[in-house]
Design a binder for this molecule. Sequence first.
Ligand code: ATP
Ligand code: MG
Length: 433
Amino acid sequence: MSSSPDTRPELRAIRGMPDILPAQTPAWQHLERCVSELLGSYAYHEIRLPLLEPTELFARSIGEVTDIVEKEMYSFADRNGDSMTLRPEGTASCVRAVLQHGLLQQVPQRLWYMGPMFRYERPQMGRQRQFHQVGVETFGLEGPDIEAEHLLMTARLWRRLGVADRVRLEINSLGSTASRAAYRSALVAYLTAREAQLDDDSRRRLASNPLRILDSKNPGTQALLREAPRLTDHLDAESEAHFAGLRALLDAAGLAYTINPALVRGLDYYGRTVYEWVTESLGAQGTVCAGGRYDGLVSELGGPATPGVGFAMGIERLLLLMQAAGASTGPDNRPHAYWVVADPAAPGLALVLGEQLRDALPGLRLQLNCGGGSIKSQMKRADRSGAALALILGSDELAAGEVSVRELRLEGAMQQRVGVSAMQAFMAARFGL
Ligand code: ATP
Ligand code: MG
């Protein structure tokens, strides 16, 4: 069978930047609604940030030798010759914005955002070049209670989305900048002595970003790391106390976690707490949410020394997880009723009646037949719309001042006539509006 040209367009979306089609948007809207309600209930405020920022912002915050900055950014010179980057993540922009607008004059700040991020990665399940994150950032809070709040809040979101039994929490502490540097030397010494046994990627990272070797997926490297010095054994006293404090809070709240000493995250700005919510349900792309503490970032970007804690979750991965879990994707959004307008004189009346019904019943979902057609073809459209009822306005009905109401989904239900003036009460009762 040959397909016509208009079903096989020459112009296609960029690989890894998929369209989100109408069949998928109800699940997105459900997730977005759950997120904004939940974050609102913890008194977090939404901030909306630009998609494009000066390249320097990301290079300075994420770190020059991280995967993101080395090989994943969409950067280009604009017409002025200035280097711009499509944001690969939101934390840097959020810090830039709170500094630019003086929001740190009043701390603590609890902020969140949602939207597309861009990374040049190999597209596969759970990994795209344009993907979406929900991010949360808080400023001005030093103690581990804010980390605990973030983790309890995300745990609540997992319950609300129906994926709680599919995710588990891993936490770690990276210590202070100084203790991390000491650990780094110990790790480099250990691995340099065994360099020949490292995979290529890890050998390259030995010089540039040795901590990142810890989360190498290579089995040989992993085996080597089992005997390696451990980050948790190198913590400074304050970081140790902070980490113990967080664990005590999580224990008190009954939130289960495991300590993963190899958990380091791929961004330079993290210190002390880091964590990931991981799942076994999505294959290799198993991290659905990740974050931690970044006390140095605000001053790194030119602001006053201000503690920061934040996390980001991948919306696509969450949606895949909800699908795998058979979780609800939100309330039914099919039309309650479809207007079949079968008399040439009826369209005006259907339109007016429809508007009156909408005025009286704001929750009503009503689809009007546009473009005419026989009763038969309009009834087909009514059926395809998913509506529960067809409201039929033909010549007979028009003459009698009535509407025929036909149930489309109830086996054996009779068609009935309802007076035009009784329609509002009828619809309210039928749908509990
Ligand atoms: P990964 O190890 O999977 O590459 P990451 O460490 O790069 O993740 P972060 O930068 O911390 O991830 O982003 C937070 C979350 O955003 C991830 O846990 C994931 O859910 C999601 N995410 C990151 N990159 C992508 C991508 N290319 N496609 C889809 N989701 C992504
Ligand atoms: Mg990545």
